[in-house]
Design a protein around this ligand. Structure first.
Ligand SMILES: Cc1ncc(COP(=O)(O)O)c(C=O)c1O
Length: 401
């Protein structure tokens, strides 16, 4: 008799192992080395962390006494408010809710604003995990498409009123992953009326806000007239994703904020997921922000320089294009040779042992006018350089064959 397993239908999107994972696990099993240009886990990217000091903080702080607070421990929230003050942004620690990750922040916000079956608006190109986070809450996603000619910045014309009227939330990532585009005050002002008209709360994921380069600036957006919620956390701010501490910052009209806090407290109190030790050492950890971020920023600047040199000076074919990213941890390069993107990326992995992300994964429009691949700027620079050289070599080979 056929065995019947009964699971939730939310997993219906899952159709077995993908080809990239299959090849990568085969490489690992057979000890075949490959160049990973997707690595974005900072704790595996060769940075120096203050191990001794962090160990000392955990040894000398109280790890045991449990005083549950659905918003998170007050001292930790004060530290986060100091972080914003150091960037010139004044916030009230009482507007913060601590969570264990940005992903969890989204799951709370989805519970807060949506019912199963509702739709939310997500950016394309954008962070692929939003789709999965939405599926886990029984939600549908509708992509709003930002344009290359607008440097991928959100414009009011990218928001279709018909879609806005049936969506429960608007998600913005600033700086965006993978385009690096920043959603500034003037961009906000240009969409504020339409958001107000459709009464749609906006969530801004600003996890990459400390990684902004020349010619660009980022400012945490808060508003007193319409609901604007910010998500950020230690995974990028301190390059410590394993610490599992992120936060939700609320802004909006006072009565809305009051009700929102009441409901968010209910959700948070149901899980109380943030561990006590990390909350108690947060002020110690934050002291290492400059030390850690400086290394990450230097690595990114070096890789941007390599990118500039290889693409702009050595690629005489002029078939490869790249706009140097103005923010974030990623870059994308573009060429007709990369089309179709997934096929190109798979061949690159199989034939040259170079692993990149295909643009399709982030919702770039898949047209033969331009294929795009996305690389992580966190990769160690010598690896980044040799990987990039192999990509150029491979696209030339493809062209000649
Ligand atoms: C845009 C964006 N938001 C959030 C995250 C993940 O943050 P966390 O580790 O806090 O869940 C990432 C991870 O790369 C990301 O790219």
């Amino acid at each position: 008799m056929k065995e019947e397993f009964r699971f939730s239908s939310r997993f219906s999107f899952q159709d077995g192992e993908n080809e990239f994972s299959r090849i990568l696990s085969e490489y690992k099993k057979k000890k075949i080395s490959y160049i990973d240009l997707t690595l974005s886990n900072p704790t595996q990217a060769g940075f120096q962390y203050p191990f001794e000091a962090i160990r000392h903080s955990f040894q000398t702080n109280d790890l045991i006494t449990y005083i549950p607070d659905p918003q998170g421990n007050e001292l930790a929230r004060n530290t986060i408010s100091d972080y914003y003050r150091s960037k010139g942004v004044m916030i009230d620690p009482d507007d913060l809710f601590l969570v264990s990750s940005s992903s969890e922040a989204f799951s709370y916000l989805f519970k807060l604003f949506c019912d199963a079956g509702d739709s939310i608006l997500i950016p394309a190109p954008g962070y692929p995990l939003f789709e999965f986070l939405s599926v886990m809450e029984g939600l549908q996603t509708i992509a709003y498409i930002t344009k290359k000619e607008n440097s991928w910045r959100l414009k009011a014309t990218d928001l279709d009123p018909k879609i806005l009227s049936k969506s429960k939330l608007l998600l913005i990532v600033s700086p965006n992953n993978p385009t690096g585009s920043v959603f500034g005050r003037s961009d906000f002002e240009s969409v504020k009326d339409i958001l107000k008209k459709y009464n749609i709360p906006t969530v801004i994921d600003e996890v990459f806000s400390d990684y902004v380069y020349e010619g660009e600036s980022h400012f945490t957006l808060t508003d007193s007239e319409i609901p604007v919620i910010t998500v950020n956390g230690l995974s990028k701010t301190l390059g410590l994703p394993g610490m599992k501490l992120s936060w939700i910052l609320l802004s909006g009209p006072a009565p809305w904020k009051k009700k929102t806090k009441e409901l968010l407290e209910l959700i948070s109190d149901t899980y109380l997921s943030v561990n006590t030790p990390v909350q108690n050492v947060l002020s110690d950890l934050m002291q290492w922000r400059t030390m850690i971020q400086t290394q990450i920023l230097k690595r990114i600047q070096r890789n941007r320089a390599v990118l500039k040199q290889i693409i702009f000076e050595f690629d005489t074919s002029e078939r490869i294009e790249c706009d140097l990213p103005k923010a974030g941890w990623y870059c994308m390069i573009e060429s007709k040779d990369f089309f179709p993107e997934e096929k190109f990326s798979l061949r690159l992995l199989k034939e040259k042992q170079v692993y990149v992300h295909a643009g399709e994964m982030f919702g770039f429009p898949n047209t033969d006018a331009a294929g795009r691949i996305v690389l992580s700027l966190l990769t160690e620079t010598d690896v980044f350089e040799s990987g990039l050289a192999k990509i150029l070599e491979f696209s030339k080979e493809i062209r000649l064959n």
